[in-house]
Design a binder for this molecule. Structure first.
Ligand code: SF4
Ligand code: SF4
Length: 290
């Protein structure tokens, strides 16, 4: 069962929900895989404090043109096929922009003169750590690397290969509703959207709901810091017939537990019950759609 935890914007408590769910499932004896797909700012490890076991450099293949073999202007097949504009015709030769390349390999296959060789671009690192029965996979994007999706794909592939059949796989998505989130959500049986009861929270929740509906991933909502804002998120969920999976109450204890990098279910009385309800509700949702 693969469950994604997403949010329309950063700072809503997405990682809080993901890590507490992982710890809760682990306590119930389940074999858990948690993939932190927020490769620009991974922080699940602060809460889970895993023992890191292995780190590896991740790269993506990029083309290098052999100008002696290239057929020149009358061909341009690679340029026409690259939908990321990573190859252009400049004066009298094909020019590569490796930073724009997604490593799909199409240009190499399509080149009639075998003029495209393979080079590599560094994406960053992936690593795996262990805490109790939780395997934590995470990535760290190279400084200066503009695209997160290729590294997210690598981290997910690594988790799927090394830990193919956990009892539950949790995906901690990056914030927002753009390509990195789509890449992270791919393959999930159900998703949890974490929001907060404020006008900003509602605005970004609406955008995330549109994305989930487009991707046809069943989802429900968790309200974090419940009680601090207004009722507009509740009203919206009712109007849109969206399941409310649970609410994490706003409290000073919860805020200080978060700032110290501690798990709510270990620190704040009452939160384990809420997390267990969320776990039950999302499992039921994922099972009913399989
Ligand atoms: S497809 Fe190959 S031969 Fe054609 S322009 Fe590109 S590199 Fe040159
Ligand atoms: S590998 Fe794909 S993305 Fe990269 S330059 Fe070739 S066609 Fe474009």
């Amino acid at each position: 069962m693969q469950i994604a935890i997403a949010s329309g914007k950063g700072g809503t408590g997405k990682t809080t929900v993901a890590t507490n769910l992982a710890a809760y499932f682990s306590r119930t004896g389940m074999d858990v895989s948690l993939i932190d797909c927020d490769v620009e700012e991974p922080n699940a490890h602060f809460f889970l404090t895993p023992q890191w076991k292995d780190e590896k450099k991740e790269t993506v293949p990029v083309p290098r043109i052999d100008h002696d073999k290239c057929l020149g202007e009358e061909c341009r097949k690679c340029i026409e096929l690259c939908r990321f504009n990573a190859l252009i015709w400049m004066v009298d030769a094909v020019l590569e922009f490796p930073e724009l390349c997604h490593g799909c390999g199409l240009c190499t296959i399509a080149c009639p003169a075998s003029a495209i060789e393979e080079s590599t671009r560094s994406l960053g690192i992936s690593r795996v750590g262990q805490k109790d029965s939780i395997s934590l996979y995470s990535g760290l994007l190279r400084i200066g690397e503009a695209m997160a999706p290729p590294l997210i794909k690598k981290v997910k592939q690594r988790a799927l290969t090394e830990h193919p059949a956990p009892d539950v796989r949790l995906i901690d998505c990056p914030p927002g509703a753009t390509c990195p989130v789509v890449e992270a959500l791919e393959g999930s049986d159900a998703a949890i959207l974490v929001t907060e009861p404020t006008p900003f929270g509602l605005h970004d929740l609406r955008i995330a709901v549109e994305l989930l509906r487009k991707m046809e991933v069943p989802f429900g909502v968790v309200i974090n810091r419940a009680g601090m804002g207004d009722d507009r998120v509740h009203d919206y969920l009712k109007e849109e017939n969206i399941a409310l999976l649970g609410e994490l109450p706003h409290s000073m204890e919860a805020a200080s537990s978060y700032s110290e990098g501690k798990l709510l279910i270990e620190q704040v009385p009452g939160y384990e019950k809420v997390i267990s309800q969320i776990a039950q509700n999302i499992q039921n949702m994922a099972k009913s759609t399989r």
